[in-house]
Design a protein around this ligand. Structure first.
Ligand SMILES: Nc1ncnc2c1ncn2[C@@H]1O[C@H](COP(=O)(O)OP(=O)(O)O)[C@@H](O)[C@H]1O
Ligand SMILES: Nc1ccn([C@H]2C[C@H](O)[C@@H](COP(=O)(O)OP(=O)(O)O)O2)c(=O)n1
Length: 420
């Protein structure tokens, strides 16, 4: 086996592969010897295709991996023959943190193998991609997987063929394995390092870093209560936070803070690793402002860490809500170096009423917010993740009554919990 593969894909032969067909995952693994196992169901589903391949993006450089994975699908769709179809695929070591590699399962029904194989060979030699092809033998009763040689090992003509065999669904859904420090950052340093490393490819990253201290400053707890208002778009956060500011004579802040607005659209176009690091750092900047304002008045904050973590987790975890890490998972922990508010209020709203409010407001929405609108599953995942985040006192409020009734209810809660 290629040396680079051995070092970049640890425990290659112990890996499980997952292919998503019509939204359902199919798992298989590989064996050096066949012991009478069944053909993995995914190969029965796709056996009418002339050729099958897997492509896995792998690089020890996290930023290169994230950038390349984001570009790969577009490149494949542009350059592959039209008879080729892609399904999301991943490879992982069951329940092992940070072992997930993402890629695509490629089903090819074009007449000639040459255009596809030329493209895949180029990719495997120039880019951080490992390619395998699958061969049917004994009338479809056995399938084998062959890893292609790569750039660092051009002399290697072929590698050993492995039999593919069915594999159980793992205890932890594979899409949860890499969340820590790739989707959610638990310290200022971890997020800072990501933006620092992409300064040469994203000029806006430098502008963000210039606004930040080089490390999170240890600060005295604010003298006044700090109340964060959370909830999906159009649940009434802006309306409520402005009324609370007036009712309590409080300062009103938001995360990301205003000074990051010019850079935000750029980061919204970046892959999750970079985008989430940006939002994580936004919270530390807002925390600085809270630290200052909270010495003079109560502080109301429109979105904070719950938004950053819940949206990131909901986007990273594919499939059903039950795939989310269970309550109590370390994925939901509060960063130890981030200021904890006195109270977090999450506004919830019936989906139909939320849609009505969105329509009435009629302004442009981010792609992610449009996704929330269309995708009930994603909305449920965000709301579930909100509930599971640990740390500060947390309360859910039904935001369907009138704006004034919601205000009165939240004022009662704040007075009860924060002694205002
Ligand atoms: N309690 C409420 N009842 C009815 N409409 C509301 C209520 N709160 C807010 N709205 C309206 O719903 C829309 C979304 O509210 P907004 O405060 O902008 O939400 P967010 O900041 O959470 O996106 C606005 O048009 C607002 O006037
Ligand atoms: N503190 C924050 C605030 C927002 N985000 C992300 C999460 C979502 O991708 C978007 C939602 O924010 P958006 O500004 O569109 O929503 P509102 O207009 O505040 O209702 O931003 C975050 O990660 N951390």
């Amino acid at each position: 086996m290629a040396r680079r593969t051995m070092s970049l894909i640890p425990q290659w032969s112990s890996r499980v592969f997952s292919v998503e067909l019509n939204g359902a995952p199919f798992y298989f693994s590989t064996r050096g010897q066949h012991r009478g196992e069944e053909v993995p169901p995914v190969f029965r589903e796709v056996q009418n295709y002339a050729r099958l391949y897997s492509l896995l993006v792998c690089s020890s450089d996290k930023i290169r991996r994230a950038k390349f994975y984001a570009e790969l699908k577009e490149k494949l769709l542009r350059e592959l023959p039209p008879e080729c179809h892609l399904s999301p695929m991943s490879s992982f070591l069951p329940n092992v943190r940070d072992s997930l590699l993402n890629g695509y399962f490629l089903k090819d029904n074009s007449e000639s193998s040459s255009p596809t194989e030329r493209l895949l060979r180029d990719l495997s030699q120039r880019d951080p991609v490992f390619v395998c092809s699958y061969l049917k033998c004994e009338d479809g009763q056995l399938w084998t997987q062959r890893l292609w040689p790569d750039a660092d090992c051009p002399a290697m003509e072929t590698s050993k063929d492995y039999y593919v065999v069915p594999s159980e669904a793992p205890e932890y859904h594979p899409s949860t394995l890499n969340i820590i420090n790739s989707d959610v950052f638990y310290s200022f340093e971890e997020a800072y390092e990501v933006l620092e490393k992409c300064g040469d490819i994203i000029p806006e990253a430098m502008s963000v870093l210039e606004l930040l201290p080089s490390r999170a400053e240890a600060r005295r707890k604010p003298d006044y209560p700090v109340i964060v208002i959370e909830g999906l778009d159009a649940t009434g956060k802006t309306t409520l936070t402005e009324s609370l500011r007036d009712a309590l004579g409080a300062s009103l802040l938001q995360s990301p803070p205003q000074c990051l607005s010019p850079m935000r659209a750029r980061f919204d176009r970046e892959p999750p690793l970079i985008r989430r690091a940006f939002y994580a750092l936004g919270n530390y900047l807002t925390a600085e402002q809270i630290g200052q304002e909270g010495m003079k008045t109560p502080v109301i904050v429109d979105r904070f860490w719950h938004s950053t973590a819940a949206y990131a987790i909901a986007t990273a975890v594919s499939g059903q809500v039950c795939n989310l890490p269970a309550e109590g998972s370390e994925v939901y922990r509060w960063p130890s170096d981030l200021l904890q508010p006195s109270l977090v209020v999450v506004l919830t709203l019936d989906p139909e009423e939320r849609k009505r409010r969105l329509r009435n407001r009629g302004q442009g929405k981010t792609v992610e917010e449009q996704e929330l609108d269309h995708n009930q599953l994603f909305r449920l995942k965000v709301e579930t993740a909100y509930q599971r985040i640990s740390g500060p006192a947390f309360v859910t409020v039904d935001a369907s009554p009138s704006a004034d009734q919601v205000l009165q209810q939240v004022l009662l809660l704040i007075r009860g919990k924060c002694h205002l």
